[in-house]
Design a protein around this ligand. Structure first.
Ligand code: ZN
Ligand code: ZN
Length: 210
């Protein structure tokens, strides 16, 4: 088993490579990322993606979903609170808490966010085991539909945007909908004592700066 980081435009997707050339894809990048993701999957010889799991419904994570639906024969999975965004291709606006990001989003909104084609989810995620050794953990706060994926064999967890990576370690994201929930979710992730924590933005790490 192996976790691959797939670098896309200012975000990453993840491929959990399993036995028998099967895999689980985590996140779909921004709109237009579909081909790059499929090419990556092919290049490492994975033949079947059983699930596409979305860590949450921000557009840099679900934007390429409709492009993947065409080429992958997979079950698309998202938290209940993200269902509408995925299904209708709606834009979930990030709730920002830094002056810099507020400025960037205030001028860049029409450029950053465009409604896309929707994809109906096949599975609404529940906390607990999705399949052998793959566990879904609810980690709301960044958004109310944020989940993390714990991979038992590797003692590793993919947390999406619940943490942000820096060169020195992991910190809180500056985009979040609920601070108390975010704090509790980060404690939950810390308590796993994982060997590696994979983040969608920045450098994955097992060092916490918070
Ligand atoms: Zn996000
Ligand atoms: Zn993101």
């Amino acid at each position: 088993m192996k976790i691959h980081e797939i670098p896309l435009r200012f975000v990453k997707s993840f491929l959990i490579e399993m036995e028998g050339k099967r895999g689980i894809l985590v996140d779909a990048g921004t709109p237009g990322s579909g081909n790059k993701i499929v090419n990556y999957i092919n290049s490492v010889g994975v033949k079947q993606i059983d699930y596409v799991i979305f860590t949450h419904s921000h557009q840099d994570h679900i934007g390429g979903a409709h492009e993947l639906k065409v080429s992958l024969n997979s079950k698309f999975c998202i938290d209940e609170n993200g269902k509408d965004y995925l299904e209708k291709g709606l834009v979930r606006e990030p709730v920002v808490h830094s002056a810099f990001l507020k400025f960037v989003f205030s001028i860049g909104k029409p450029f950053f966010f465009k409604k896309t084609e929707g994809v109906p989810p096949d599975i609404i995620l529940k906390e607990g085991e999705l399949e052998d050794g793959i566990e879904i953990i609810r980690t709301s706060g960044h958004t109310n539909d944020s989940i993390s994926i714990y991979v038992n064999d590797l003692n590793s967890v993919i947390v999406g945007d619940t943490l942000q990576g820096t060169r020195n370690g992991l910190k809180y994201p500056s985009i979040y909908e609920n601070w108390d929930d975010l704090r509790k979710s980060v404690e939950k992730i810390k308590s796993l004592s994982s060997s590696m924590i994979y983040v969608s933005h920045g450098v994955s790490s097992n060092k916490f700066l918070i």
